[in-house]
Design a protein around this ligand. Structure first.
Ligand SMILES: Nc1ncnc2c1ncn2[C@@H]1O[C@H](COP(=O)(O)OP(=O)(O)OP(=O)(O)O)[C@@H](O)[C@H]1O
Ligand SMILES: [Mn+2]
Length: 313
């Protein structure tokens, strides 16, 4: 079972228009693929596997679908490419169609999570959610002490929820994803579980600009898993440079032969942003030494990881 995203709206080396708000940005199939690889390289593994595919929209969709309504949205464009727009409440009209060249269309394919009847999921609103308005600011943007309130609020007051959230923030800053308004967990595990990093289609929109506001939770909370910090430092070493590891990893995707999944400037941006993340952690360490308030920047989790990594028998 799988979930598809199709896009033909942006070339790989094209940047999102600077006058577009993040909530009007397109969703990109290559962003979903690249996000999966990055999440894995960071050691999180919280994005279900995503791979690229070239799909013949006639042979593999139009001719085989049992959905008559979907089939009726196919048409030939003026230059003879095969297009369709599907069914949805917004943006499902001739003007918003996706088109093959002439029938081949790039898409991303995600492993489908267990059905909701088997494994219910809970949706959580991000405490650092952006205001989806052009004029209003969110609370975290005006209150420097915002994190001290969040830290006292369940589920962020116990266990690993806060540092798991920070892990996601780092992923989002590296790929410049401003669209993380919610996240999901499996309900059965209550508060004691990992976060699913779904919906990454708006990442990798711009490479020439970083978005410092995405890092606000790390800046305000000054808290990070020790294991994450160690991994990030590893990815700055010449032999494990993040951009190189990403390039190598992405080259194994089936769509690589059509075009590299991330243009070089996006890979360069990853190294630059990684330095910013580590710089933020260093600043936290210095501040905490000065204040000596007994708290620590690092959430110590490497002892438990050693147990996991230890050879058995
Ligand atoms: N791999 C997956 N398997 C099963 N369900 C998934 C998977 N990925 C996403 N979903 C579900 O599909 C729904 C829509 O996904 P997603 O959030 O990526 O789309 P979206 O159009 O960006 O939505 P929104 O406008 O809410 O941000 C969500 O409810 C999510 O839980
Ligand atoms: Mn979305």
């Amino acid at each position: 079972m799988c979930i598809f995203i199709f896009t033909d709206r942006q070339e790989r080396d094209e940047e999102t228009n600077y006058n577009l708000y993040y909530f009007s940005d397109f969703e990109r199939h290559n962003a979903e693929i690249a996000a999966f690889h990055l999440d894995r390289i960071l050691g999180y593994r919280r994005i279900p596997p995503v791979a690229g595919r070239l799909v013949d929209v006639v042979k593999e969709i139009k001719d085989v679908t049992t959905d008559r309504k979907l089939a009726r949205t196919f048409f030939a464009s003026p230059v003879g490419n095969e297009c369709f727009y599907g069914q949805c409440s917004y943006y499902c009209s001739t003007e918003h169609a996706v088109c093959g060249r002439p029938r081949d269309l790039e898409g991303s394919l995600a492993v489908m999570l267990p059905d909701l009847s088997l494994a219910r999921r809970k949706t959580w609103r991000s405490p650092w959610r952006r205001s989806y308005s052009r004029s209003k600011l969110a609370k975290w943007e005006t209150e420097p002490e915002y994190c001290s309130t969040v830290k006292k609020t369940p589920p962020y007051d116990k266990g690993t929820r806060l540092v798991d959230f920070i892990d996601m923030v780092i992923l989002d800053f590296l790929m410049s994803n401003m669209d993380r308004h919610h996240y999901e967990t499996f309900e059965k595990f209550v508060n004691n579980t990992f976060l699913l990093h779904l919906d990454n289609g708006r990442a990798f929109g711009r490479h020439s600009k970083d978005e410092p506001s995405i890092l606000t939770p790390l800046k305000q909370c000054c808290r990070i898993r020790r294991s994450t910090w160690l991994r990030l430092r590893l990815l700055t070493l010449p032999q494990y440079r993040l951009s190189d590891v990403m390039r190598a990893s992405l080259s194994r995707d089936p769509l690589h032969k059509v075009a590299p999944l991330l243009a070089e400037p996006h890979l360069t941006a990853l190294d630059r942003r990684l330095k910013t993340v580590l710089g933020t952690v260093s600043r936290c360490q210095k501040e905490q030494k000065r204040n000596d308030n007994g708290e620590d920047v690092f959430y110590e989790d490497t002892a438990s990881l050693k147990d996991v990594a230890a050879p058995s028998g």
